[in-house]
Write a protein that binds this ligand. Structure first.
Ligand code: PNS
Length: 162
């Protein structure tokens, strides 16, 4: 029987910190389902189709990783994919309160366990929101996100040509 883990997130956009967690998860589980939240009310910069496409491209060499979208409850998505474990990266203690609450609620809702993986310290300051803010003001996001994401961010925030 294969042991399946789920790595959920908004991934707007995916960062090198996310990729590090997904890659390390893939090395310890038989299969990994990356769940991309489709929640238009969050007003994402990248559509769910773009986020799926980016993740599938950057993860294409990890043969035990599948990228899917979901809406609704994470526990329902995990059950649908037979994933008994959710993996969440923890960057700092400030992440912990909310993540603990979600982990306990997800266990209560669907008996799905959450395991926390310590973020690689080289990415502990990294978040999708900060990456977008830096890109919006023309800052350099190379090394923080995959190169294709850096290009898309540049295109997205480039001033329209007259
Ligand atoms: O990358 P993010 O935005 O931190 O990911 C948050 C995510 C997608 C893991 C979280 O918002 C989520 O699980 N959403 C699905 C809705 C749900 O199940 N809510 C109850 C959580 S206890």
């Amino acid at each position: 029987m294969s042991v399946i883990a789920c790595c959920p997130g908004t991934f707007d956009p995916v960062t090198n910190g996310h990729l590090d967690i997904i890659t390390r998860t893939a090395s310890r589980f038989d299969r990994v389902i990356v769940g991309v939240l489709d929640n238009p009310s969050k007003n994402p910069l990248f559509s769910v189709e773009e986020r799926l496409g980016i993740l599938r491209e950057v993860l294409k060499d990890l043969t035990n990783v599948e990228v899917c979208t979901f809406s609704g409850l994470l526990v329902d998505f995990a059950h649908a994919h037979k994933a008994a474990t959710i993996i969440k990266g923890l960057r700092a203690i400030s992440d912990f309160d909310y993540e603990l609450q979600m982990a306990q609620m997800n266990f209560r809702l669907g008996k799905v366990e959450t395991l926390f993986m310590a973020t690689n310290p080289v990415y502990s300051f990294l978040s999708s929101s900060l990456v977008k803010e830096i890109a919006r003001f023309g800052g350099d996001v190379r090394g923080l996100v995959p190169s294709g994401v850096a290009e898309r961010l540049r295109d997205r925030y480039e001033a329209p040509q007259a």
